[in-house]
Each structure stands twice: as C-alpha cells, then as structure tokens.
Design a binder for this molecule. Structure first.
Ligand SMILES: Nc1ncnc2c1ncn2[C@@H]1O[C@H](COP(=O)(O)OP(=O)(O)O)[C@@H](O)[C@H]1O
Ligand SMILES: [Mg+2]
Length: 367
C-alpha cells in the first residue's frame, strides 16, 4: 500500500498542509519543533486513530482552532481509498472512508497500516514497563483486529475493581469475587494475545538480530502472572485462583496487584538481562530487530506492504546499523523519514528520495 496524498487542516502546528507522495522514499527535513513528527503522527493516526503522544484527540487540534482534519489518499491493490478524520469536540470525531461516514472505528482502521520507529523507541529498554506495554499493545493492535476491544474490556474491569477497592470501607467478599472473575477472564485474553504476538515476534527478531551481530542470541520473555497454560480458559482459572490467594493483600493495599497492567517484557542477549546490562549500542540493535520483525509480521498478516515511518531515528544510528536497516527494508515499502538535516545520510541513499523542508508548520521547499 502507498500513501499518495496527505492533507492536514488545523492539525497541530499546521493550519493547512498538503503533499503528494510521488516517491517511495520521502525525507522530511527541518529544525527542531517545526512540525516533522507532527506529519508522521498524523499518518500514524490514520492507521490507528491513536498517537503515543496524546491522551485526548483534542491535543491534535491547532491552538487557534476548534477542529482539525486529517485526510489521506491510499493506493491499495489497484484501488484508491480516501480516509478522513474530523476532530471537532465535544462531538465525537467523524470518520469517513471514501466520503462515507463510518460510525465504528473498526470500519476505518486497517485501511492504512504502518510501523512507526522513533527515537523514543530506542529507549524502549531503558524506559518504564508501561512504555514497553504500550509499544506491544500498539503493535498487536494493528495485527489482531479484536485486540483493542479486549484491552479496553480489561482496562474497564480493572478500573472498576480498583475503584471498588479504594472507595469501599467494608469490602463485600462476594462482590470482590464477581470482580475477580471478570478480571481474570479479561486479563487472560490480553495476556494470551500479548504472549502469542511476542512469540511470533521473537522468532523473527532473533534472525534480524543475528544478522546484525552473529555472536549474540536474542531472547524475549513476557513477564506475567503465569506463563504455563494450554489455553485462555486455563489461564483465566489460574489468574482467578491467584487473585483469591492475594485477596487480603489487595484489600489492604486497595490495589489490583497482579494482571496485564503490571506485566513487563524482558530481553536477553546470550542469557544476560539486556535492560540492566546491555550497552546502549546493544539495546539499539535489539530495538532495530524488534521493529524489523514488527514490520515483517504486519506485512504477512495484512498481505500488503505497510508504511515505515522513521522519526529522527536514522541519524541516531551508527552507519552500520543505519545501513543494515535501510538494506533490510524491501524496496516496495514506502518510507517516510524525518531528520534535522541530510548530513547523516549516505549520498547514494539521498539520490533516491524526495526531500521536503519544513519550517513552522509550512513546506518551504520540496525537491
Ligand atoms: N495543538 C497544537 N497546536 C499548535 N501547535 C502545536 C500543537 N501541538 C504541538 N504544536 C507545536 O508543534 C511543534 C512541534 O512539532 P514536532 O512535529 O514535534 O516538531 P519536530 O519538527 O521537532 O518533530 C512545536 O512548535 C509545538 O508547539
Ligand atoms: Mg520530532
């Protein structure tokens, strides 16, 4: 698939923006805080209706406006599809596919797919568990359509249970049992899909990782309540049993002490914990392998070539990793790359790309 055209109106620092992507590789150049990431964010928003940089959609609206619009023209298996999002609070956002309103986001999602790789991903191993969970959730979300519902269900019951624990003086054990039963089912669904995805990801990431550093063996492990189970039902029963065992402690602390919201992902190189002991370079190689694996899984699942959005990341990688990344990506994958300047790039690479220069939310030059 290709993104052929992007239109932004009152989106972040763009009053209006339009660009025709005529090349498979586009490089967006500009000083800091000019709006480079905003463009990638808008494209990613068309893919997922989400952004890792926002809590609420209204943050995407230009400070001087009350509504924002993102429009994209996508070419996919010989047809052109137009996606449009209008964000106009307090009304619900309006989603359109080929001009037709869609009331369910699932009818909008997955028309456009992309893998986003930014400098903050490079810090994935250094960061908090919640960053790693968010990365994993976003990756799964594009591959398994039902995952967002399952995750939303789990978060809802978790919050309900947490509120009950916090706000109730005399906890009714039968009531807590009801919460725990629902919690364990919703939680098992999330853990199951996360582990299934990570399993697939690990197989591919291992190979990508070896290709960059043949002496190192990458292992990925999901840290959770229970890893040994044969199906989701069994997992939910195990979680329910564990919740029963820690009931008093959860009441005392007024917290949901176990579950998918507490899980983490561990990475090992030659059996050594990479979050603690790997060098910055080793950690970057892991993230690079993860992102390439993410791209491959997405490509296989949707049977199409997703977009690759590289936000500032190439300049951050040394030339070995940069070349590896660029060579590892199939030529038919559309890449949209941001960078402060062209200095970090290979001359040969630059010959094949379109360059847009951005200043204060405007295109000042494209060649
Ligand atoms: N809702 C908004 N309305 C107007 N400007 C915004 C909004 N959100 C962010 N910005 C501006 O966008 C700029 C940052 O854009 P960004 O794409 O992150 O920059 P960079 O080019 O460094 O990637 C900042 O100047 C910020 O003030
Ligand atoms: Mg940026």
């Amino acid at each position: 698939m290709k993104l052929k055209n992007l239109i932004l109106k009152n989106y972040r620092n763009y009053e209006s923006f339009e660009y025709n992507f005529s090349n498979n590789k586009t490089l967006i150049i500009g000083k800091n805080a000019q709006g480079k990431t905003n463009i990638l964010e808008a494209i990613y928003y068309l893919c997922t209706l989400d952004s890792s940089r926002i809590k609420k959609d209204c943050e995407l609206i230009n400070f001087n406006s009350s509504n924002a619009q993102i429009k994209g023209e996508i070419e996919k298996t010989g047809t052109t599809i137009e996606l449009e999002v209008n964000i106009n609070p307090p009304k619900n956002k309006i989603l359109k596919v080929n001009g037709l309103k869609k009331t369910k986001s699932k009818d909008f999602l997955r028309v456009l797919s992309s893998v986003n790789f930014s400098t903050s991903d490079l810090l994935l191993l250094r960061g908090e568990p919640q960053n790693r969970r968010k990365w994993l959730d976003m990756a799964i979300f594009q591959v398994y359509p039902l995952y967002s519902d399952k995750l939303a269900k789990f978060n809802k019951i978790r919050l309900q249970k947490a509120n009950y624990l916090i706000n109730t003086i005399n906890i009714n054990h039968d009531m807590l049992d009801v919460f725990n039963l629902q919690f364990s089912i919703a939680c098992a669904n999330v853990i199951y899909l996360r582990m299934k995805y990570l399993n697939e990801l690990e197989k591919i990431a291992k190979i990508k990782h070896k290709a960059i550093n043949e002496d190192e063996n990458l292992k990925i492990e999901y840290q959770t309540v229970e890893k040994n189970f044969s199906n989701v039902k069994e997992l939910s029963e195990i979680i329910y049993k564990k919740l029963n065992e820690i009931k008093q402690e959860e009441i005392k602390k007024a917290q949901c002490l176990i579950g998918a919201h507490r899980d983490d992902i561990d990475f090992y190189i030659n059996d050594i914990d990479s979050k603690k002991f790997a060098s910055q370079g080793q950690q970057r190689t892991i993230v690079l392998a993860l992102k390439l694996a993410e791209l491959q899984i997405l490509k296989e699942k949707i049977n199409e070539t997703p977009l690759l959005l590289l936000d500032d990341v190439l300049a951050e990688l040394d030339s070995i990793r940069q070349n590896y990344l660029l060579n590892a990506i199939d030529n038919d994958i559309q890449m949209i790359i941001t960078s402060v300047d062209t200095l970090a790039f290979d001359k040969k690479f630059l010959e094949g790309v379109d360059i847009i220069k951005i200043q204060q939310g405007r295109i000042i030059d494209n060649s």
